[in-house]
Design a protein around this ligand. Structure first.
Ligand SMILES: Nc1ncnc2c1ncn2[C@@H]1O[C@H](COP(=O)(O)OP(=O)(O)OP(=O)(O)O)[C@@H](O)[C@H]1O
Ligand SMILES: [Mg+2]
Length: 323
């Protein structure tokens, strides 16, 4: 697949998503960047803002399977992974696959599930394999997890430990509709759809196999210059030196930036990453990895502001084009 074709496909997918989801094009590109980078995305949002619609639309636009899990305090790992049951007639075990055997998995309110279940999901995200009763099964490809958590409810939740939050390539938020016009369009679409699930009629823009090919293009054919890599490294290093930060970003944060910025460059029509691509993603890729000093936790200092401050303090490189 050449770069022009890859870019055109990304545009078509983004177009399919915005045919149903009313919202920021930038947000759609970021989600796509997460998926193209073969990562997983965490959403922190209030209910009813279109996350399910977004996840389903993405899945169906790339001709992928979709499953959803609603997390509750009594959810067991087996409810997500599946179980093996003994079939006496056949004299063997049969795998009853859980919802994790899919391409796009929406894990709603992940912080309501108990730690054991959270860690089961997070292990699958990282290893891309499922172990049930000592047997290992590969996840489907592509495999993309979108998890959500509610920012306002703390009662009855088990906040994700830092080590687990670190597994998400980006942390995003859809937020409320940006204007009165957007609000109106959401309502008007419902008048046109007249059915509960508008995603049912969605035509896929590409096949799941083509999406895999697109992921390969992002990984192999988008150039990133040494000076841009240094830019990433410098930003991430400074998160560890910031006076308000107790624990800075892990190197996984740098890798998240490396991968998603390549996808962003491609969607923006280039075959090389610019510092602007890094700036577009740095807050969503890094802020959730920071642990602030206790005084700043008490003051509810915003990690996102700290990342922006750091980015502003780092010299932006020039001469990052290939050749
Ligand atoms: N930005 C939007 N564009 C189009 N439709 C929207 C948007 N936001 C919400 N809706 C509509 O509002 C309803 C609720 O959206 P959806 O179920 O996707 O929200 P959600 O964020 O998944 O909520 P919850 O957190 O409760 O699961 C759906 O019918 C959806 O079509
Ligand atoms: Mg939902």
């Amino acid at each position: 697949m050449n770069l022009d074709k890859a870019r055109a496909i990304c545009d078509t997918i983004a177009g399919q998503i915005s045919s149903l989801y009313v919202g920021d094009q930038v947000l759609i590109k970021k989600i796509l960047a997460g998926a193209l980078a073969n990562g997983h995305v965490l959403f922190e949002d209030n209910p009813g803002l279109g996350k399910t619609l977004l996840a389903k639309t993405l899945a169906f636009s790339i001709d992928c399977n979709f499953s959803r899990v609603q997390c509750t305090p009594d959810l067991l790992p087996a409810d997500i992974l599946g179980t093996r049951i003994w079939r006496p007639q056949a004299g063997s075990f049969e795998l009853l696959k859980g919802p994790v055997f899919t391409n796009v998995l929406l894990v709603d309110e992940i912080n309501r599930s108990p730690p054991k279940t959270q860690s089961a999901v997070l292990e699958v995200m990282e290893e891309r394999q499922v172990t049930i009763d000592g047997e290992t099964y590969r996840c489907e490809e592509p495999f993309f997890v979108l998890a959500t958590q509610n920012p306002i409810e703390y009662e009855g939740t088990y906040p994700l430990p830092e080590a687990q939050i670190d597994r998400f390539v980006l942390k995003l938020s859809t937020g409320y509709p940006g204007s009165l016009d957007a609000e109106k369009r959401i309502v008007k679409r419902r008048i046109d759809w007249k059915k509960d699930d508008p995603t049912r009629d969605l035509e896929p823009a590409i096949s799941a196999g083509e999406f895999r090919a697109l992921q390969e293009v992002v990984e192999n054919d988008v150039y990133i210059d040494d000076v841009v890599i240094e830019y990433i490294a410098e930003i991430v290093r400074r998160t560890r030196e910031h006076p308000q930060v107790e624990v800075g970003s892990s190197p996984r944060g740098s890798l998240a930036l490396l991968k998603t910025s390549r996808a962003m460059a491609l969607m923006r029509g280039r075959d090389f990453v610019t510092p602007d691509d890094i700036k577009a993603l740095v807050v969503d890729a890094i802020a959730h990895r920071l642990i602030l000093r206790i005084e700043d936790v008490m003051k509810q200092t915003d990690e996102r502001k700290i990342v922006k401050e750091i980015v502003d303090s780092v010299t932006v490189p020039k001469d990052y084009q290939p050749g």
